[in-house]
Every structure is written in structure tokens, then in C-alpha cells.
Design a binder for this molecule. Structure first.
Ligand code: NOJ
Length: 532
């Protein structure tokens, strides 16, 4: 089995992980110095959010030079040292690649600004003339709020699906294709084992010359923080002129050839592709394209058995149609942390349930501490979506507050300086140091669960549902499946349930073990693994 198929991948947001030089921001040397901790969790790989040269208008997802390290994070020799240390510890390294856009500080964009409309320099981006009335070429709305077009001095506009500092690249341009191939090889030659592809569904645009019939509806439909009638949302997402166009797959077929040319290095790539309907996601993991596609269902799912059963079984089934395994993520740097979103006990139970499923599990640094979102004042917020929407969109800073490592007071060993986002006093209960010494901590739950997963579940094949809305005598809020030698129960209800199954309880999210070997109690709001 290739290493990535059922890997546990730990996402590091470099700015918030560990600061080695006291400037209040995490850096590559800081990460390297903490890799032993990462290894001790029992994960297989790290995914590093961008650390490339960047003015950092969008947390580094605004790349000014994709083949160099931003000074705030160190330099290329630090990147090499990080990769080497990770490999010495038998951890793979996944880099982030951001092909939808560059930063406006990238030399290409700067020379496009100096060049004429229609020039080769402008053709690398989406520069268009204004409409006859001087307004932007179309009515698309940026995902961070406001128009997706910004006008330059000579009257032309350029397209940016995100911040105005993130001009979208034109993937019909040969220079763009060649440059990204060079970037892939650059990092592969430096030793990385794979890529997380940012906005993988966005590279190809259609109908730029046309207005969208409902730009506001579409923009709301694309926002996770806006509630909307599901049928309306689905119909709006069915066809988005700048997302999930057929042309993107040609790009990934070409990239796959590059990955495969590294032979037994087993290079992998995972797509960040928010697409609709869900079956479309499987196109990204056809055998000649990418290896994994993120499944975002659990980032927003309520802690509700019928809902979870539906999204989990659907993801397994859809991936099976292309011979792929699903991915699972409860948190990332773009969404509220799972402990804040669904609650402490619930997030422990859900993590233990998900770690038993087939496929790859992603853990966002800090999730293993049960960390909540940071409580921020508006004046602390830096997310461009907060700035562009005049505060209407709160943004993602809450999930990006630096990690608490040790001690009783902020910044809890993260830095000797002032952390770039404030850390609250109550996080003294969530430090790595304190959780290591507490047998009932989330940290110890994750570490134990990942060890048991490696021992009993990795490679154990399909699941057989035992209790679900469509299997067995479903008790309100009870889900169960068997996989290999393990039976997993998740009790989402507020009452304890007695279950009958032979074997030995090997881990529970609540810490409650029952002695009986046949009838045992799955406590309210908890998950239990039984070795049969
Ligand atoms: C998705 C990234 O995860 C997010 O942080 C970023 O803002 C957008 N893509 C734009 O690059």
C-alpha cells in the first residue's frame, strides 16, 4: 500500500506553530525543533501551509516567489534542514502549492502593470477592458467580499477571486504552465513528498465575458458561514463559471506525469476542491490525476447521527467508484476549530470515530490539544475577508492563534516575544506540557488512538455498518461499524447505551471503560473501540 493511502497527516500553519527567534511569529527552525513532538503523536506526514516569499496579505497564500522562503520563516537552507529532520524521523513532508493566483508583488504581476494591454506580460493574468460604462468586465464577487476585479491605471481590470493582492493566473498561458512545473520539480528535488493543491478547482475560468445571473446568491452559496436553503444553494453551486471546469483535469493529468516520474519516491498530491455535486470530487482522484481530494463535509457537519452517517457513507461509496479512499478533516486553518464548533466531548468522540475509518486523516495542529478558537477583538483580526467585507465576515484568525506549548501565562512558550495574535489566559489548560501529564487529555487520547489505528486498522479494508439509520435496530444517536478486528461505537445521544459485543474495550473518548466483555455501556456523547 502506498504510504499516503491511509496516512495520518498533521497540518502545520507555520506562522502559528513555534517561534525560534522571538519575533512573535512561527518559523521553519521552530517547526524543525518541534518535529519530535509531531512524531510522538503517531502521524505519518506533515503538511506545511505556505512559507514562500510573500507580503502575507492572505497568510502566505499570496505568493510572490514560489521557489524561495519568506524571511519571516527563514531561508532555503532552513527548508532543507526541516525536510531532512522530518525524513530522519520517518515523517513525510507535503508542501502547499498555490496555482490559482500569485501575489501582486510577484515580478510577473509587477511587469504586467508596466506593460501594455494585450501584452505577453498581461496575458499571464486575466486583464480585461472595462465594460462600455467603465464598470468591471463582469459582476463576479470575490470570495473575500467585494468585486473580483480591480482597475489599473490605464483602465483595464484584472481578475482576483480572492483579495485584490492575489491576481488570478491565466492557465491558458504557456508561461504559467511551465512555471508551475518548474516549481513542482523545485520542491520535489529539494525532497518534499507531495503537495496540497490550493483552490485546485479554480484554475480554469469560463464565460469571463458574461455577467452571472445571481452573483450575490452565488457568493452567499459559496460561504460556509451563510445559512441558505439547501436546494437553492445546490442549484447555485451546480455550475460556477470559475470553479470545477473540465479544463482543470488536463492540468492534473500533466502534473501526475511529473509526480510519477519520481518513481518509488511515491509522490502524492491532495486537492483542495470545493465542488458540487459531491460526485464531482471523485474526478480529481481518477487514476491518472491526483491521489486524494479533501472531503470538507466534517468541517461543517452537525454532531448528528443521521447526518454523519450520510456524509461518511457517501464519501466512502463515491471514492470507491474511482478506486480511491476518502480523506477526513475536522478542522483546518480556514474553518472554526472543531472543539469550538461542536463541543469538547463531541469533538473527542468524533475524532475517535473518524480515526477508525478507511482513508487518510488530517489533523490541524492544535486539534490534538482540543484547542478552541482564539477569542479575538476585531482590532486583532488580519484576515483579508474581514477587511474586505468591512467586518461582516469575521474571518479565520480564530483558528490561527499560535499554539500553547508550556507554562502558565501567554504566550505559553510559543515565543519569547509578543505573539502575532493574542493568546488567552484560559489556554494554560491546553498546553502540550500540561496535557502530556494528564492521562485524560485530548493529547493522550489522540496519541493512544493513532497507535491503535496503526496496529489494528491501517489497511484493514472496508467497513460494515452495524448500527445506522439504514442498518440494524437504530437507537437514537447511535452509530456503529465493524472494520477488521475492531468494532466502533459512537453514541451521539445524551443517554448511555448498553451494547452487546464480544471483545475487549481498547479505547474510549470519555475515558470510561466497562469491565464486562459482552454487555458494556457506551457513555453518552462518546466513542468506543472494541477489539473482537
Ligand atoms: C484556500 C486556502 O486554504 C485559504 O487559506 C486561502 O485564503 C485561499 N485558498 C486562497 O488562496
Amino acid at each position: 500500500m502506498p504510504w499516503w493511502k491511509e496516512a495520518v497527516i498533521y497540518q502545520i500553519y507555520p506562522r502559528s506553530f513555534y517561534d525560534s527567534n522571538g519575533d512573535g511569529e512561527g518559523d521553519l527552525q521552530g517547526i524543525t525543533s518541534r518535529l519530535e513532538y509531531v512524531k510522538s503523536l503517531g502521524v505519518d506526514a506533515i503538511w506545511l501551509s505556505p512559507f514562500y516569499t510573500s507580503p502575507n496579505k492572505d497568510g502566505g497564500y499570496d505568493v510572490a516567489n514560489p521557489r524561495d522562503v519568506d524571511p519571516r520563516f527563514g531561508d532555503l537552507s532552513d527548508a532543507k534542514a526541516l525536510i531532512k529532520r522530518a525524513h530522519d524521523l520517518n515523517l513525510r513532508v507535503i508542501a502547499d502549492i498555490v496555482p490559482n493566483h500569485f501575489s501582486d508583488q510577484h515580478e510577473w504581476f509587477q511587469s504586467a502593470l508596466q506593460s501594455q494591454p494585450g501584452s505577453a506580460e498581461r496575458n499571464r493574468f486575466h486583464f480585461y477592458d472595462a465594460k462600455a460604462d467603465g464598470t468591471p468586465p463582469n459582476n463576479w464577487i470575490s470570495l473575500f467580499g467585494g468585486p473580483s476585479w480591480t482597475q489599473v491605471a490605464d483602465g483595464q481590470y484584472y481578475l482576483h477571486l480572492f483579495d485584490s493582492s492575489q491576481p488570478d493566473l491565466n492557465w491558458e498561458n504557456a508561461d504559467v504552465n511551465a512555471d508551475f512545473e518548474e516549481t513542482l520539480r523545485f520542491w520535489l528535488d529539494l525532497g518534499v513528498d507531495g503537495f496540497r493543491i490550493d483552490v485546485a478547482h479554480g484554475l480554469v475560468k469560463e464565460e469571463i465575458g458574461k455577467d452571472h445571473p445571481d452573483p450575490t446568491g452565488l457568493s452567499n452559496a459559496l460561504r460556509l458561514d451563510v445559512d441558505m436553503d439547501t436546494a437553492l444553494r445546490n442549484s447555485l453551486l451546480e455550475s460556477v463559471p470559475y470553479f470545477d471546469r473540465q479544463g482543470v483535469h488536463e492540468i492534473y493529468r500533466r502534473w501526475r506525469k511529473i509526480f510519477d516520474s519520481y518513481g518509488d519516491r511515491e509522490v502524492m498530491a491532495v486537492a483542495e476542491a470545493w465542488v458540487h455535486p459531491p460526485i464531482n470530487a471523485t474526478r480529481y482522484v481518477r487514476s491518472d490525476e491526483l491521489h486524494q481530494v479533501f472531503n470538507f463535509d466534517l468541517l461543517t457537519a452537525p454532531f448528528e447521527s443521521a447526518f454523519l452517517y450520510d456524509v461518511i457513507s457517501r464519501s466512502i461509496e463515491l471514492n470507491a467508484t474511482v478506486n480511491a479512499l476518502p480523506t477526513w478533516a475536522l478542522s483546518n486553518h480556514d474553518s472554526p476549530r472543531v472543539a469550538s464548533r461542536i463541543g469538547d466531548h463531541q469533538s473527542r468522540a468524533l475524532a475517535l470515530f473518524v480515526f477508525a475509518l478507511p482513508g487518510s486523516a488530517y489533523i490541524f495542529a492544535g486539534q490534538e490539544l482540543g484547542l478552541p478558537d482564539g477569542e479575538l477583538e476585531n482590532s486583532d483580526r488580519q484576515d483579508p475577508s474581514f477587511i474586505r467585507s468591512n467586518g461582516e465576515i469575521k474571518g479565520r484568525d480564530g483558528a490561527r492563534v499560535p499554539l500553547p506549548w508550556s507554562g502558565d501565562v501567554p504566550p505559553f512558550g510559543f515565543s519569547t516575544g509578543k505573539p502575532w495574535l493574542p493568546m488567552q489566559q484560559s489556554w494554560s489548560a491546553f498546553t502540550v506540557e500540561i496535557e502530556k501529564s494528564d492521562p485524560s487529555s485530548v493529547l493522550n487520547l489522540y496519541t493512544a488512538a493513532l497507535a491503535l489505528r496503526a496496529q489494528h486498522l491501517t489497511g484493514a479494508g472496508v467497513i460494515a455498518w452495524l448500527e445506522s439509520p439504514s442498518h440494524g435496530a437504530m437507537r437514537e444517536g447511535l452509530l456503529a461499524f465493524r472494520r477488521g478486528s475492531i468494532t466502533v461505537y459512537m453514541n451521539l445521544s445524551g443517554q448511555d447505551y448498553a451494547v452487546e459485543v464480544e471483545g475487549q474495550t481498547i479505547i474510549t473518548s470519555s475515558g470510561d471503560f466497562t469491565a464486562s466483555h459482552i454487555v458494556r455501556v457506551v457513555p453518552a456523547c462518546s466513542t468506543m473501540w472494541i477489539l473482537n
